[in-house]
Write a protein that binds this ligand. Sequence first.
Ligand SMILES: Cc1cc2nc3c(=O)[nH]c(=O)nc-3n(C[C@H](O)[C@H](O)[C@H](O)COP(=O)(O)O)c2cc1C
Length: 214
Amino acid sequence: MHITRKDLNEMHRVRRLNLINGITGIKPANLIGTRSKTNIPNVSIFSSIVHLGSDPALFGFILRPTGEVPRNTYENILETGYYTLNHIHESFIENAHYTSAKFDANVSEFEKCSLTEEYLYNFPAPFVGESKIKLGLHFVEELSIKSNGTKMIVGEIEQLIIPKNCLDDKGYLRLDQISDVGIGGLNNYYSLRRIKSLPYARVREVPDFGSYKT
Ligand SMILES: Cc1cc2nc3c(=O)[nH]c(=O)nc-3n(C[C@H](O)[C@H](O)[C@H](O)COP(=O)(O)O)c2cc1C
């Protein structure tokens, strides 16, 4: 199948959304936990989280345009300066998925989607009790992406919570051992399996893959 920009422009809006949203492959599955300054908790699913650097430990996520719909996560992050990232596991995919519904700002998705609001280590934003890997971040900056009105929200780690059984002897995370999931597009969830662990790729250690095809 060959699809051009013209085909995309003419495609039904929902089909295009499903295709383009999933075309880069599997994305991470996280719930972002926040609290408003009037203490109303919020939790919502986000898949656009990306690691920006390890020292300082920075992460970004993409926020869709803020004009059309209320953006409780964004407003809470700006108001309080803190948020949490919580991995999604196979046992609570549906609860996590339905946090994407457009609930009013005064409604707690924790309650509506039966997820546990958890406060740890005096961190001001709520973690998700069901989640095994949890990060507490403080807001660092927002970057506007002019071409489509989205924003990248950048945060730095303050707290990192990981169960011992998901770190191997080299310190690599074993996401398969805690039934972490990945996201395809906006509606499809995948299980994870570690296939291989390879060393840092040095030029002199590249295996002989045979001659190039011309
Ligand atoms: C699987 C999935 C992934 C999503 N990822 C994002 C994302 O990366 N960025 C975004 O702005 N919205 C994303 N959404 C939509 C938000 O979850 C949704 O807009 C939610 O209502 C935001 O809640 P809030 O208004 O409480 O912040 C995603 C939805 C689903 C179902």
